[in-house]
Ligand binder design. Structure first.
Ligand code: ADP
Length: 159
């Protein structure tokens, strides 16, 4: 059974993330979307909230499971029996960091490979940070996230 893991902050999940999840889930038997429990980072949503939103937006995908993790990704991948780490690449700016992470993970465990999916052009500009930045100032985020997520973001900023 081929299992892959797609890690990230997903604070909140965007249409760009959903596109990567849908495409990656077709390539493997099981895709685990792993929400990083990043206590040091100031997140808008709690881990539970991020997990719940991801569950809702992936409910149409039978082989996708949502989990959260702390610590080293490579250890969590091993725990999940995942031999593939999925990451999305948007622009050159993503590349340097992603390459460094992939190489580090490969040195730590040679049985696990990183698979990069290039973003769909229509989401190339999109990040969770951009969504929050626009929403914070009352902008329309309906092109960036599903309606349920847009509502939750608006609630957070009391719009
Ligand atoms: P961000 O806050 O930048 O959206 P995440 O940590 O939530 O970042 O991202 C998790 C993974 O999803 C990363 O590999 C990131 O490159 C990828 N990703 C994020 N947004 C997109 C997008 N619009 N298209 C493709 N991949 C994306």
């Amino acid at each position: 059974m081929r299992t892959a893991i797609y890690p990230g902050s997903f604070d909140p999940v965007t249409l760009g993330h959903i596109d990567v999840i849908e495409r990656a889930s077709k390539m493997v038997d099981k895709l685990i979307v792993a929400v990083l429990n990043n206590s040091s980072k100031n997140s808008l949503f709690s881990v539970e909230e991020r997990v719940n939103m991801l569950k809702e937006v992936t409910s149409h995908l039978d082989n996708v499971e949502i989990r959260h993790f702390g610590g080293l990704l490579i250890d969590f991948a091993r725990e999940c029996n995942a031999a593939i780490i999925v990451r999305g690449l948007r622009a050159v700016t993503d590349f340097e960091y992603e390459l460094q992470m992939a190489q580090t993970n490969r040195i730590m465990n040679r049985d696990i490979d990183t698979l990069f999916l290039t973003t769909d052009l229509k989401y190339a500009y999109l990040s969770s940070s951009i969504v929050k930045e626009v929403a914070r100032f009352g902008g329309d985020i309906s092109e960036f996230v599903v309606p349920m997520v847009a509502e939750k973001v608006k609630e957070k900023y009391k719009i």
